[in-house]
Design a protein around this ligand. Structure first.
Ligand SMILES: C[S@@+](CC[C@H](N)C(=O)[O-])C[C@H]1O[C@@H](n2cnc3c(N)ncnc32)[C@H](O)[C@@H]1O
Length: 392
């Protein structure tokens, strides 16, 4: 990920103004360390840059929660600031002078694009955690009349596949760089034919991070048309049994479940090739949706209404995770923006599908920087609770 190492500099010289194509929106000082965050806007994307202050050299780098999918935007913002502030660069992994103009891709979709979404194809399939994208790209080429929505949490993989889409001239893939467990809740009911989950990480030691869970099954069955299929493919014997137990559990009343062992597919992903070399067994479990589902209403309002910055907010925030009925809030870090604004970093929502966000609060307004949470019932309940905390 792009970063530069620079000699320490006087950050009070960083003004809220434009440096090249990058506008500095605010500077936020970490209350737990000497580090600072810069809220920046580059083209139509806003995100944070992190100034990590080591003793003799500082790192100017991306922020994991807000980084845009196009890593070149971060490179350009860092380059603009380094140039504009005449920073003394000690090291860099950015080809600073050769960064090209970043074109936005029509195939990259954000969570917000799924509000009132209308799909441009009659038939829609989803692939969760597509990794290198081999299967996704193969399917999209084979079925050019079907939209493939690829959801991948790992940003570099999502970027790579976007490049491949452009190179191969495909027109029927949307890439979403987000947690699929959350994004699925934004997809309209009865809208998809297939959901592929190929070789999910088994997470044997951290089962709450698994993609397959009873709520994921419930959401998949809601999103699938009657007759549509959720297709799990795994090399992990343990994950196979865990998934089968989940699929046959109580969360969905009526489905049909089919199991196959060592079924050959037309396309072999990098992961599958590795397991085949080791002569491991591969299991497929297909779950077919047998019922029409109710429409999902997602008209939740994630604005902060009358909440503005008051010193009393600082006394109300506790940095220990708070657990409520079905959700949690963990205020992780606080940043000061001059004397009358703050930025709060937090994790919240459901235990197996948490959101990670920042909230910006000044004397006039408060909002999630840079995007709202996914519109799920749990996130909305949590948002109301967060408002109680901030309503000092
Ligand atoms: C073991 S790899 C398999 C990749 C690909 N399906 C294949 O067969 O080669 C699992 C992939 O799932 C992605 N992933 C894990 N959890 C995810 C989540 N909650 N939402 C979306 N992608 C996820 C990982 O980033 C990784 O790329």
């Amino acid at each position: 990920m792009p970063h530069i190492t620079v000699k320490p500099f006087n950050t009070s010289l960083v003004e809220n103004k434009r440096y090249g194509d990058t506008e500095v929106l605010f500077k936020a000082k970490d209350s737990f360390s000497k580090d600072e965050l810069l809220g920046v806007q580059h083209k139509d994307k806003s995100f944070l840059l992190h100034i990590k202050k080591n003793k003799d050299s500082w790192l100017l780098k991306y922020d994991k929660v807000t980084r845009p999918l196009k890593v070149d935007l971060v490179k350009q913002a860092i380059t603009d600031l380094a140039d504009g502030l005449k920073l003394d660069i000690l090291g860099s992994n950015i080809a600073i002078r050769s960064t090209r103009e970043v074109k936005s891709s029509e195939f990259e979709k954000r969570v917000e694009d799924f509000e009132d979404v209308k799909f441009p194809f009659n038939s829609v399939a989803i692939e969760v955690g597509f990794g290198s994208g081999k299967h996704l790209l193969y399917q999209a080429k084979k079925h050019s009349d079907r939209l493939f929505i690829g959801i991948e949490i790992h940003t570099p993989s999502a970027m790579q596949v976007l490049k491949q889409i452009e190179l191969k001239g495909l027109k029927n893939i949307w890439v979403v760089n987000y947690d699929a467990r959350l994004l699925l809740e934004m997809i309209p009911s009865n809208s998809c034919h297939q959901i592929f989950v190929h070789f999910p990480v088994p997470w044997d030691k951290k089962p709450h991070r698994r993609v397959i869970s009873s709520s994921f099954l419930e959401e998949s069955m809601r999103v699938l048309k009657k007759g549509g299929r959720l297709e799990l493919r795994t090399d992990s014997h343990k994950y196979f049994w865990y998934s089968l137990e989940t699929f046959l559990g109580d969360s969905v009343a009526k489905t049909s479940v089919e199991i196959r062992k060592n079924e050959a597919l037309d396309v072999i992903s990098k992961y599958e090739a590795r397991w085949l070399k080791q002569k491991k067994d591969i299991y497929d479990v297909y779950v077919t949706s047998l019922e029409e589902s109710k429409e999902r209403l997602i008209n939740f309002d994630f604005s902060f209404k009358d909440i503005v910055y008051k010193k009393e907010i600082l006394d109300k925030i506790s940095y220990k995770p708070q657990i409520f009925d079905g959700f949690f809030i963990h205020f992780e870090r606080l940043y000061y923006i001059l004397d009358d604004a703050i930025l709060i970093k937090l994790a919240f929502g459901s235990f197996d599908r948490p959101e990670h966000k920042y909230i910006y609060i000044d004397r006039k307004e408060a909002y999630y920087f840079h995007t709202n949470p996914v519109k799920t019932v749990t996130n909305y309940k949590t948002h109301l609770k967060i408002m109680e905390y901030l309503n000092a």
